[in-house]
Design a protein around this ligand. Structure first.
Ligand code: 5GP
Length: 320
């Protein structure tokens, strides 16, 4: 008989962070830098742990410059992908991160590919995913990954939940996967589903070491894609990496046996990403002062989530 898990799983929208007594005088006192030593590569990282999604329209070199870091070589899992990865990393020895990214990180084939890559690149930091449950986080870390990408179905242009019925509410996925990863000295990225700075704060509060953003960074000067002008307004195209648009670009079309699991949208042009980043970091610092965390590192320890029920549409969009 099919099994039903009756434990309620939560999304960002289902909770708020409870304010706590604090000795912090100003949000300017909050330190958002984090330092990590990765479990398998033994490499060190120091920075504000926010990553642009490895999507055509977001993960551009211009965006990397705006975020100051974050360049990883992304790879699929076929033998030709491994050859390609070897060529890229030989040509660019300064790239120390590898991102093994598949829509479904649960396959045996993927785990074997990860083991092969770890053997071939013992000192690179490997991000692998995507998964949403603790047991698979542990398997990937023990197979050589340093950082696990967590998220199936929450993305802003993702249609996986609609097309397949598969997914996991992102806040619970982060809470459970962070716990599993930290038990092995591994790290996680909360990947997808953040629509505002408050969601990013909730992801860190739930234990994410890094947060990856697609839609929140789309539509900027530094984002990829043409600027579209229509009716006096400006837009930029933003599409999922398994949307029709991406599959046409990379595979010549959507293969007979599969459906696209992503959408393409035109995002109103928002200018330089610096403004959006300042807004995001300002929000995060403010979260930390509300809960009394002097450092981002302390945020999850200071976090108590309260469950909330969605309220009716607010007047003028206030309280969104
Ligand atoms: P966002 O920050 O826009 O909510 O989510 C970004 C994440 O969505 C990406 O990092 C990636 O994990 C996921 N994603 C990107 N393109 C697609 C797609 O075409 N289909 C699905 N299912 N997920 C996607």
């Amino acid at each position: 008989m099919p099994h039903i898990d009756n434990n309620i799983k939560l999304d960002f929208k289902d909770v708020l962070l409870r304010p706590k007594r604090s000795t912090l005088k100003s949000r300017s006192e909050v330190d958002l830098l984090r330092s990590f030593t990765f479990r398998n590569s033994h490499q060190k990282y120091s920075g504000i742990p926010i990553i642009a999604a490895n999507m055509d329209t977001v993960g551009t070199f211009e965006m990397a410059k705006a975020l100051c870091k974050h360049v990883a070589a992304s790879s699929g899992t076929s033998p030709s992908d491994l050859e390609q990865l070897e060529k890229i990393l030989e040509a660019l020895p300064q790239v120390r991160y590898i991102c093994l990214d598949v829509a479904n990180g649960y396959s045996e084939h993927f785990v074997q590919f990860l083991r092969d890559v770890r053997k071939r690149f013992p000192d690179h930091t490997i991000m692998a995913g995507n998964v949403v449950t603790g047991e698979m986080v542990e398997e990937l870390i023990l197979s050589g990954a340093d950082i696990i990408k967590v998220g199936i179905g929450p993305g802003s242009v993702c249609t996986t939940r609609k097309k397949t019925g598969v997914g996991y509410p992102q806040l619970s996925a982060v809470l459970e996967c962070a716990d599993a990863a930290h038990g092995l000295n591994g790290h996680i990225i909360s990947d997808g589903g953040c629509s505002c700075p408050g969601d990013v704060a909730k992801a860190f509060g739930a234990g994410a070491d890094f947060v990856m953003l697609g839609g929140m960074l789309a539509g900027h000067t530094e984002s990829g894609g043409e600027l579209i002008e229509r009716g006096g307004k400006k837009y930029k195209l933003f599409y999922g990496m398994s949307s029709d648009v991406a599959m046409k670009k990379y595979a010549g079309g959507v293969a007979e046996y599969r459906a696209s699991e992503g959408r393409a949208v035109e995002v109103p042009f928002r200018g330089a990403v610096g403004h959006t980043l300042r807004d995001l970091l300002g929000g995060l610092r403010s979260t930390c002062t509300y809960v009394g965390a002097a450092k981002l590192k302390e945020l999850s320890r200071r976090t108590t989530f309260i469950r909330v029920t969605p309220q009716g549409p607010p007047l003028f969009g206030a309280g969104d």
